[in-house]
Structure formats: C-alpha cells, structure tokens
Design a protein around this ligand. Structure first.
Ligand SMILES: Nc1ncnc2c1ncn2[C@@H]1O[C@H](COP(=O)(O)OP(=O)(O)OP(=O)(O)O)[C@@H](O)[C@H]1O
Length: 231
C-alpha cells in the first residue's frame, strides 16, 4: 500500500471573525497529484498556510509522516511579474536558496545541483538571461526550479499557472507531472481551472463553504462542480 505523507484529521480552522475549514479529513499519499479546487474565499490558501505551518489548526491535526523533517516542502506562488530591470540571471535566481550571508558564491556541489535543476526544468540554455527579461512562462519555471532545488518531497503549486498563457501553463504542468511520475514527487495543485485540475490530477479535493468532497479525478464531473458551487 502506498505510504501517506500528510494526514489531515478533523481539521478545523477559523480566523477570529470567520470559520474557514470544518472537519476536513484527507490522507495524502506519496506520489499523488492532488488538485484542490473551489470558489474564491473557501479556504484554499488558508489550507496551504496550515500545511506550510504559517497557521495553526483551531482543532484537529495535520501530520507529516513519518515526521515533518522527512517531508521537505517546495512552494511555487502565483505568477507575479518581476521588474524588467531585475538584475539576477535565471541561474543566480534559482541558486538563491543556497546563498549564505557573507558567502554569496556557491560551492562546486551547489553549482552542480543548480545546473541539474536548470536542465530538468529546461532552463539551462537560457540560464544567463536576466530573469527580468524572461517570458512569463520562463519566470514561472524559474520559481519552480527554485522550489525544487532542495529536493522537496511535497510540492505546492498555489495557483501557479494563473495568468500564464495556455502554452506556458501546459509546459509548466507537463514538467511537474514528469517529475511527479519519475521521482514520486507528491504534488498539491491549487487551481480555479477545472479542465487543468482534471488533466493533471490523480485525485481532487473540492472545497466549498462548510463542506468538502474528495475522490478520484474521474469523479470531478461538470455536474459535481455545478452542484457543489450551488450548494
Ligand atoms: N488573515 C485573515 N483574517 C481574517 N480573515 C481572513 C484572513 N485571510 C483570509 N481570510 C478569509 O478567510 C476566507 C478564506 O480565505 P482563503 O484566502 O483561504 O480563500 P481561497 O479559497 O484561497 O480564495 P481565493 O480562491 O480567492 O484565493 C475568506 O473569507 C477570507 O476573506
């Protein structure tokens, strides 16, 4: 049986003036590609903040297995444009996570890892291009490369494809799916795009106010999306 890497049990979360998550239960398995969908304001970002331990559950548990240290988490944010004057090259940007205060250069081993990840994300040939002059899709791939540098076991794509053009969306998600399948990287893909959620996900978690549903991606039918959104 596939091992679990994250278990949510009776998870409740409320901001002082707003109940957001109600008794959420989910068992995330290693190597799964989980699409999380739901309308604006249902709590998708809140759930990511709980997983990233930026917020604490009001009650219930959220456990990494076998423990938190064993599950490094990578995070790719929503696309934000980088100023055209941004001075770092793509390779320096990707290597930023290795930079240490007072020691701004990388060791040979770190440089090798940066090159490996640039190759894996198909950025190697344009590694010297200033990030500010890269296309939207290339910038987002650079964020992906940065998130993969430390070999996460769980990758969160937090609306990371929103505002990319259709080709860039497909390129980014094809890359992630390849790594997901070849390296058993577990992926959480938060999106408003139901067709993309279906195309890449193995399972889905559909959040709606005060309610949720989860299942195999084939069960995420148009009828279900309509019914959940009107519930
Ligand atoms: N810091 C906060 N304090 C109080 N309420 C908050 C805070 N952050 C979010 N909320 C509220 O909690 C609810 C869930 O917000 P959240 O951002 O998790 O939703 P979401 O599903 O990610 O929405 P979207 O799809 O628009 O990104 C919303 O009603 C939001 O207004």
């Amino acid at each position: 049986m596939t091992e679990s890497i994250l278990q949510l049990k009776h998870l409740f979360f409320a901001f002082p003036d707003k109940q957001v998550l109600n008794d959420l239960n989910y068992d995330l398995k290693r190597g799964d590609f989980l699409s999380i969908v739901g309308e604006n304001g249902v709590g998708k970002t809140t759930l990511m903040r709980l997983i990233l331990q930026d917020l604490k559950p009001s009650s219930g548990t959220l456990d990494f297995l076998p423990n938190r240290q064993a599950v490094p988490v990578g995070y790719v944010p929503q696309f934000r444009n980088v100023d055209a004057e941004y001075p770092l090259s793509i390779q320096d940007f990707v290597g930023l996570n290795f930079a240490k205060i007072g020691l701004p250069w990388l060791t040979a081993k770190e440089r090798r890892r940066v090159n490996e990840i640039l190759t894996e994300t198909k950025l190697f040939d344009i590694r010297r291009r200033p990030l500010g002059q890269a296309s939207g899709g290339e910038k987002q791939k650079a964020y992906l490369a940065q998130a993969l540098l430390d070999r996460p076991r769980l990758l969160i794509l937090d609306e990371s494809t929103a505002s990319l053009d259709p080709i860039a969306k497909t390129e980014l998600l094809d890359l992630v799916k390849q790594i997901n399948e070849n390296q058993q990287l577990t992926v959480i893909f938060v999106t408003h795009d139901i067709p993309l959620a279906r195309r890449y996900g193995d399972h889905y978690l559909f959040l709606s106010p005060g309610h949720y549903e989860a299942g195999n991606i084939s069960e995420l039918t148009n009828e279900k999306v309509g019914a959940m959104n009107n519930a």
